[in-house]
Design a protein around this ligand. Structure first.
Ligand SMILES: NC(=O)c1ccc[n+]([C@@H]2O[C@H](COP(=O)([O-])OP(=O)(O)OC[C@H]3O[C@@H](n4cnc5c(N)ncnc54)[C@H](OP(=O)(O)O)[C@@H]3O)[C@@H](O)[C@H]2O)c1
Length: 287
């Protein structure tokens, strides 16, 4: 059984490779794919996996690389201007090569989500459903690690400003989400299924301020503001317009519940409680 993991040079994909090995998949039955040759070579040396240097822009190269592959993890791309086509390229190559299962990393509630990132995920899910390759859509929640920098900055400034209000966030750690992907690929029992991989519990920005205070041993004030005020404050801090647009849209979406859940799907797959946001932030930031 050969597993082909795209994005294996990245944080999440490399964690999935490690989880597959932990589940007992022989390393030589895993093909770690990505563009960065140094990172591929490091994976080969450290883990003994096979590697494939392939750019998902290159349909012909993907066709060749997927020859003989049984299961594919399609890790969503990073380039918003190209990634929908890159995903189609991988799905087409999987279909041509008779792949038995393709798992795709989507986002919570991709079909209705207002998040900017959901546009490509919706398109890819729709493409996957009509492609005829057995699939699982892994609707990953927001990474808990996304909040590390903000909490660090809040620890330094003593203030955590947001326009996300009391919006609940069901974020989970990359390693837990990677464990879910590996389990789904390894088991292979779920077919043509969509999994909402939210954490068991939710938190808010007020909780992040509290946790920042605990980590740094000081008062960190939670400062809820309007989207307009947040935009103005980011501009005053020198954040470029693209960043302001991204942050204020995300804050507004969180306030409206875009990351609130559903909860519980991740633990149902991995069979244990996921790490909490405290676990992730304290491991990353506490001395
Ligand atoms: N749920 C969330 O909160 C969240 C947050 C951020 C991102 N994401 C999504 O989840 C994915 C994985 O997250 P991550 O943290 O592991 O991201 P990451 O560390 O940036 O890894 C991205 C991976 O995608 C590969 N890649 C990018 N463009 C490619 C191309 N044209 N052809 C082949 N490979 C390509 C990279 O390969 P090379 O480095 O070898 O080029 C890398 O292995 C991201 O790509 C993004 O779609 C989700």
């Amino acid at each position: 059984m050969t597993y082909f993991i795209t994005g294996a040079t990245g944080h999440y994909g490399s964690a999935v490779v490690r989880e597959l090995i932990a589940l007992g998949v022989p390393a030589d039955q895993i093909v770690a794919a990505g563009r960065n040759n140094d990172k591929l070579a490091a994976l080969k040396t450290e883990l003994g996996v096979a590697t494939a240097q392939v750019d998902n822009d290159d349909a012909a190269a993907l066709d060749k690389a997927l020859d003989g592959v049984d299961k594919v993890l399609l890790v969503s791309g990073v380039d918003f201007s190209k990634r929908a086509q890159q995903h189609r390229n991988v799905i087409d190559a999987a279909k041509k090569n008779g792949v038995k299962l393709i798992a795709y990393t989507s986002v919570l509630k991709a079909d209705t989500s207002p998040l900017l990132v959901a546009v490509d995920h919706r398109a890819t899910e729709a493409y996957l459903e009509q492609a005829g390759v057995p699939y699982v859509s892994l609707r990953n929640t927001w990474y808990a690690e996304n909040f590390i920098d903000e909490v660090k900055q809040a620890g330094a400034s003593g203030v955590l400003e947001t326009a996300a209000g009391d919006g609940a966030i069901a974020a989970a750690s990359r390693p837990d989400l990677a464990a879910a992907a590996a389990k789904v690929l390894f088991d292979g029992t779920l077919v043509n299924a969509t999994l909402e991989l939210g954490s068991d519990t939710t938190f808010t920005y007020a909780d992040l301020a509290r946790i920042a205070g605990e980590i740094y041993g000081k008062e960190v004030t939670f400062k809820p503001v309007s989207v307009e005020q947040r935009g103005a404050d980011l501009a005053a801090a020198g954040v470029p317009q693209g960043g302001i647009d991204w942050i204020t849209k995300l804050d507004g979406d969180i306030a409206a519940g875009a990351l609130a859940g559903p909860t519980g799907g991740l633990s149902a797959v991995i069979g244990r409680a996921p790490q909490t946001i405290e676990d992730v932030l304290k491991a990353a930031l506490a001395d």
